[in-house]
Design a binder for this molecule. Structure first.
Ligand code: SAM
Ligand code: SF4
Ligand code: SF4
Length: 386
């Protein structure tokens, strides 16, 4: 344990999120929003991407996400009755799709801890986007249960996965997940996902200065030419428990520079609007991108905000709609669902909530004094879904 770990500053506060009242227009039948995929928020951003947290529990205790000191045996996780059922999730997903959602990411907590998750995947895979094409369904996982689950997920209709992996060195990895989980088991999970045909696989590495930056080059070497896309994520000030400090953020520009020093890279165009990662391709001897060597991505949420193109909504484990990863409160869709709302009512509520959206936290953060986020009451990432 370093001083940084033992002296982490953790504000004492009630972590149970409060809800926001629905916009008044949402319940007025004369102000219906016709779901037609043209919905835009106050900044002109469409709704395209829905992230669904299927559990607030996890078998890891990554110190940047669910630090052991807070998420201990006494932590009050949601009771099963509070969780949205698969039917409720699917019903809501249908209304989001009516407003233009094309991509759904299942997350958590650790999504593979949710029992029979493949049944939810099958229900979502049967849905179609507004233009009649299948949804892009994916899942973010710590990989620990993939050996057991990959084939069933693929059979159910999952097409690809993102696996989080913060280093290849076993000691570093065990310390970061803080439950002594061996890296070899995650690598076996990645292999199982590949063998099941879940691809292209993305690998997410959160870079925390002073903890795992020495793993950047070994990770780059390992995944170069593997057909998998390694993405480096700046350590973010999500939630309120990880004791985030700016000096632990390694800017993506430095990550790219470090990799460039050994493995030449060329900048690539974004593959789709609203993409969070900036893409860099491995170059051949002539300085051109060599697709066989593949690419990396960098997600610079701290140093280069991308709120202007943020088309993501988040549905929490208990059915609250969050408009931003850094939101303090969400809108209670579960009450609507369980209170007898019709599909039209649900779609209308979602439409009005999105139309009034103005969130751009990361852009605002750029203008804040360093480390000023520590005292706010933001919802935890394990609850809202990363
Ligand atoms: N348990 C799954 C996993 O780890 O992949 C899914 C949920 S996790 C909250 C989703 C993603 O958020 C992971 O890739 C994780 O590394 C990332 N994450 C969590 N806390 C973060 C933080 N403070 N800064 C940056 N990324 C973070
Ligand atoms: Fe669990 Fe994922 Fe958070 Fe790590 S990042 S504690 S694996 S939810
Ligand atoms: Fe989207 Fe909020 Fe992240 Fe900005 S800070 S990109 S609005 S989730």
């Amino acid at each position: 344990m370093t001083d940084r770990h033992t002296h982490r500053v953790i504000p004492l506060q009630d972590l149970r999120p409060e809800t926001l009242p629905l916009p008044t227009d949402a319940l007025d039948p004369s102000l219906r929003i016709q779901p037609n995929g043209l919905l835009a928020d106050t900044r002109g951003r469409a709704l395209r991407d829905l992230r669904i947290s299927v559990t607030d529990r996890c078998n890891f205790r990554c110190n940047y996400c669910m630090p052991k000191e807070i998420f201990d045996k006494d932590y009050a996780y949601l009771p099963h009755s509070a969780l949205l059922s698969f039917e409720e999730i699917t019903r809501l997903a249908r209304q989001f799709i009516a407003h233009g959602v094309q991509k759904i990411r299942l997350t958590g907590g650790e999504p593979l801890l949710r029992k029979n998750l493949e049944q939810l995947v099958a229900q979502l895979a049967a849905l179609r986007t507004l233009d009649g094409t299948p949804l892009d369904i994916t899942l973010t996982t710590n990989g620990s249960l993939l050996v057991r689950k990959a084939q069933a997920l693929q059979d159910a209709g999952l097409r690809r996965v993102t696996v989080s992996l913060d280093g290849l060195d076993d000691a570093v990895f065990r310390a970061m997940n803080d439950v002594d989980f061996p890296v070899a088991d995650v690598l076996a999970g990645i292999e199982a996902a590949r063998a099941a045909g879940l691809g292209p696989i993305k690998i997410n590495m959160v870079v925390k200065r002073g903890t795992n930056e020495q793993e950047i080059l070994p990770m780059a070497r390992h995944f170069r030419g593997s057909g998998m896309v390694l993405r480096f994520i700046e350590y973010m000030d999500v939630g309120a428990t990880n004791g985030w400090r700016m000096n632990e953020v390694m800017p993506s520009a430095e990550v790219v520079k470090l990799i460039q020093s050994e493995l030449p890279l060329v900048a690539l165009e974004a593959s789709q609007p609203g993409e969070t990662a900036q893409r860099w391709g491995y170059a051949d001897a002539h300085g051109r991108h060599d697709p066989a060597l593949g690419e990396i991505g960098v997600i610079s949420s701290v140093t280069q905000a991308f709120c202007h193109s943020c088309n993501r909504a988040r549905l929490s484990t208990e059915g609250q709609l969050y408009l931003c990863l850094f939101a303090e409160k969400g809108y209670d869709l579960r009450s609507l669902l369980r209170g007898g709302a019709s599909d039209v009512d649900l779609a209308n509520a979602i439409g009005h909530i999105w139309q009034a959206r103005n969130d751009n936290y990361s852009e605002q953060r750029s203008a804040m004094p360093l480390d000023s986020g520590a005292a706010v009451k933001r919802v935890e990432m394990s609850y809202i879904g990363g």
